[in-house]
Design a protein around this ligand. Structure first.
Ligand SMILES: NC(=O)c1ccc[n+]([C@@H]2O[C@H](COP(=O)([O-])OP(=O)(O)OC[C@H]3O[C@@H](n4cnc5c(N)ncnc54)[C@H](OP(=O)(O)O)[C@@H]3O)[C@@H](O)[C@H]2O)c1
Length: 282
């Protein structure tokens, strides 16, 4: 049995679907019991809260492999529960930012501490370090419902965004495979795109004349306030305004593990066209 955390999210949702499709025994950790209704056939839902390691006990019963999200309240406590339950392999979703070792950056810090909790746990592990996700594009949905202009921060920063489908495919491939124990895989998409490129390509897929307008750093900070903690806003500015993270690098992990090229942004947009708001009438 494999337990997938974040099972209603972008990556975990893809992973539950891929494991169920492959006929593997899969259990989804959910916070709301009605979330189980949306799971694919063959997947079962068990409730638990990643901020409360003891609450994971029912979900861990009989589990051999765990796909784990980073950054929750007591990651060492969670790993102790996995170990006590006899879990044979944990695959941690981390970030390409973790190797920078910057404990003063709040996002890097929670990734680094999660990686340390996993690698020091005594449970065999594999770490996935993805670039920014293609699904971050959904953050534009409010603007896309209101018109054809997308305004966003860091207009000059190219990112080799990765499709959550590919992260899930790598996780499904490595789970319980001893060849991947003790290894970290850096995962990106096949090319670096500016926000304006993504807006243009999304417009082509949706049949809308979408246009990108960059925000100044001051405007961007104002827009981000209230949507996330201040320390995360500072973390993004450190990465993308100060340039401490180069997320434009195309990483080899997807091709190395899966033996195929990562999916393109256009493929992601086509697969998710129905998840965007319909065109506004003129
Ligand atoms: N976005 C990026 O570019 C990026 C890049 C690198 C790494 N990451 C990491 O990847 C993670 C997963 O991203 P995603 O886009 O797949 O996630 P997502 O779509 O934002 O969904 C988050 C998932 O976590 C679950 N969850 C939240 N709090 C929980 C809790 N206390 N206990 C149990 N489950 C909880 C949510 O369940 P509910 O349905 O109950 O809310 C949901 O299934 C992120 O959290 C981040 O740490 C993201």
């Amino acid at each position: 049995m494999i337990l997938v955390t974040g099972a209603t999210g972008n990556v975990g949702g893809e992973l539950v679907a891929q494991l169920a499709e492959a006929g593997r025994a899969v259990r989804a950790l959910v916070r709301r019991t009605d979330a189980g209704n949306a799971l694919p056939r063959g997947a079962e839902a068990v409730a638990g809260d990643l901020n409360d390691p003891k609450s994971l006990r029912p979900a861990l019963d009989g589990v051999r492999g765990v796909f784990l999200l980073p950054g929750y309240a007591d990651m060492p406590g969670t790993l102790a529960e996995l170990r006590a339950a006899g879990v044979e392999h944990v695959v941690l979703l981390s970030s390409i930012a973790a190797p920078d070792g910057d404990l003063d950056n709040a996002i890097s810090r929670f990734m680094i501490l999660s990686e340390e909790a996993v690698s020091g746990s005594g449970v065999p592990w594999t770490i996935l370090r993805p670039s920014g996700f293609m699904s971050n594009t959904f953050r534009w949905n409010g603007q896309l419902a209101a018109g054809d202009v997308v305004r966003d921060a860091f207009g000059g920063v190219a990112v080799a965004n990765v499709d959550p489908y590919d992260i899930a495919a790598v996780a499904a491939r490595v789970l319980l495979d001893k060849d991947h124990f003790g290894r970290a895989h850096a995962l990106s998409g096949p090319e670096a795109l500016l926000p304006a490129d993504r807006v243009r390509r999304l417009g082509r897929v949706l049949g809308r004349p979408l246009r990108f307008v960059g925000l100044s750093d001051e405007e961007a900070r104002r827009e981000m306030e209230g949507t996330m903690p201040q320390e995360y806003i500072d973390a993004f500015f450190r990465y993308y305004a100060d340039g401490t993270l180069d997320d434009s690098v195309v990483r080899p992990g997807v091709a190395e593990v899966l033996g195929r090229q990562p999916r393109t942004f256009d493929q992601w947009a086509e697969a998710h066209a129905g998840d965007f708001p319909v065109a506004v009438s003129a």
